[in-house]
Design a protein around this ligand. Structure first.
Ligand SMILES: *Cc1c(COP(=O)(O)O)cnc(C)c1O
Length: 376
C-alpha cells in the first residue's frame, strides 16, 4: 500500500531526543526549545515566536490575546480544519463563515468584506495547501475596519506572499508540526507574534497565567498568577525532534517540491482535456509543496476514483467537510450557500505526498489516474 502520509525521519531526531533526555531537563523551554525559537527568529526573521503543543493551542492563545468576548464576530473560511474556528468559539465568538475563491480553496476577500458588521472583531485566514491568501486585500479590509488578522499558517511553513513570509503578515500567525505537515514533531505548533505589545502577555498566557518566563530571565524576583492562561508549552523532547527537522528544512522542502512538480507535469494532460483541475498558484504566492490535490468533476467521480486507487493499493483522501454544514454548526447557520466551499468539499482529492515517496510511486499513481479517466 502507498500510504497517504508517512512521518519523516531525516537527521538527528533520535540523537537529539536522547541528548535532551540525558541532559536532565525535559520540561518546556529547555535547550532545544530555545534552538527552535532562535531558528525562527534569527534565520526566518519573525519578531517573536513561541513553541506550543499544537497549532490549535497557538490559535487559542491568539484568541485570548485579542480579547475575544462573547458576542464578538470572527470571520473565517468554512473550508478549513475545526481548530481555525474552535479557538475563537471557546472564547464565546460567533463565527461568520466566508466562501472560498473560485479557483482555489482560500478565503474570498470580496466575500469577507460583505460579512463585516459592527460586531466583527477579527478575520482568520487559512493559507490552504501552503498557498497564500490575497493578503494585501485582507490587510486593507482589516485596517479599514479596525480588525485583527490571525493567519492560520498550519500548512504554510517556508512559504511567501510576495516577499513576505506567511505567518508574519497578520497580528499573529500559527504553524503546525503535526505529523501530516511538512516539518513535524508528532504534535506541535508555533505562535508567531508580529507586534511588540503582545509579547509579554503571550509568554504569561503560555505559562498558565504566570510570569514565570520573566522570572527565569531574572526580570522579577518571584513569579505568580497574573492573568488567565493554560499550559501551552511543549516538552523539550518534542522540540528536540523538531529542531532536527528544522536543520534539514531545505532538504525536505526540495524533495517535496520535486515530487509536487512531477505530479503536476504528468497530470497536465488530464487537465488540458478537462477531466480534472490542478492546483492554481496565484502570482503573489509561492508553493511550499505541502499538498498535491486534484479537483474532480463531481462527488460521485471522486468517490469512484478513491475506491479505484484503494483497489490498487494507493491511499488518496478527500479533505474538509464544510464547517457551516458540520453537525455542531449546521443548526446555527443562517448565511447564504457557500458554493465554492462546497465544490472543494465534494470534489477535492489529495494524493500521497511525503519526503520518502519515490518518483516511481508518483508515476504509478499518475498511471492509475490516467487509466481511471480513460478506461473506467
Ligand atoms: C493541521 C491544521 C491545524 C491543526 O494543527 P494541530 O497542530 O494539529 O493543532 C489547524 N489548521 C489547519 C488549516 C491545519 O491544516
Amino acid at each position: 500500500m502507498i500510504p497517504f502520509n508517512k512521518p519523516a525521519l531525516v537527521g538527528n531526531e533520535l540523537s537529539y531526543i536522547a541528548d535532551s533526555v540525558t541532559s536532565g531537563k525535559i520540561s518546556g523551554d529547555g535547550k532545544y526549545t530555545k534552538k527552535c525559537h532562535d531558528f525562527f527568529e534569527n534565520k526566518y526573521g519573525f519578531k517573536k515566536t513561541l513553541l506550543t503543543t499544537s497549532c490549535t493551542d497557538a490559535l487559542e492563545m491568539a484568541a485570548i490575546l485579542i480579547n475575544i468576548k462573547p458576542g464578538d464576530e470572527v470571520i473565517a473560511p468554512s473550508y478549513t480544519f475545526v481548530s481555525t474556528v474552535n479557538a475563537f468559539v471557546l472564547r464565546g465568538a460567533k463565527i461568520i463563515f466566508a466562501d472560498s475563491c473560485k479557483d482555489n480553496p482560500n478565503i474570498d476577500p470580496e466575500h469577507v468584506e460583505k460579512l463585516i458588521t459592527k460586531k466583527t472583531k477579527a478575520i482568520v485566514v487559512v493559507h490552504y495547501a501552503g498557498v497564500a491568501c490575497d493578503m494585501d486585500r485582507i490587510m486593507d479590509i482589516a485596517s479599514g475596519n479596525g480588525l485583527f488578522v490571525v493567519e492560520d499558517a498550519a500548512q504554510a511553513i517556508d512559504s511567501f506572499y510576495k516577499d513576505k513570509l506567511l505567518g508574519s503578515i497578520g497580528d499573529f500567525g500559527a504553524f503546525s508540526f503535526h505529523e501530516t505537515k511538512n516539518i513535524i514533531a508528532g504534535e506541535g505548533g508555533l505562535l508567531i507574534i508580529n507586534k511588540e505589545q503582545y509579547i509579554s502577555r503571550a509568554e504569561i498566557i503560555r505559562e498558565k497565567g504566570t510570569n514565570r518566563t520573566s522570572f527565569f530571565r531574572g526580570e522579577v524576583n518571584k513569579y505568580g498568577w497574573v492573568d488567565i492562561g493554560s499550559s501551552f508549552l511543549p516538552s523539550d523532547i518534542i522540540a528536540a525532534y523538531l529542531f532536527a527537522q528544522l536543520e534539514n528544512i531545505d532538504l525536505i522542502q526540495a524533495r517535496r517540491k520535486e515530487l509536487w512538480l512531477r505530479y503536476y507535469d504528468k497530470l497536465r494532460n488530464l487537465e488540458l482535456s478537462d477531466k480534472i483541475q490542478l492546483p492554481v498558484i496565484p502570482d503573489y504566492a509561492t508553493n511550499n509543496a505541502h499538498m498535491f490535490y486534484i479537483v474532480c468533476r463531481n462527488l460521485d467521480e471522486r468517490s469512484r476514483l478513491i475506491a479505484f486507487l484503494k483497489d490498487n493499493k494507493v491511499s488518496a483522501v478527500f479533505h474538509y467537510i464544510s464547517l457551516h454544514k458540520s453537525p455542531y454548526f449546521e443548526g446555527e447557520y443562517s448565511g447564504e450557500q457557500l458554493l465554492n466551499c462546497e465544490k472543494y468539499s465534494d470534489q477535492l482529492l489529495r494524493l500521497p505526498l511525503y519526503y520518502e515517496l519515490k518518483f516511481e510511486e508518483v508515476d504509478f499513481i499518475v498511471s492509475l489516474i490516467n487509466k481511471f479517466y480513460i478506461e473506467v
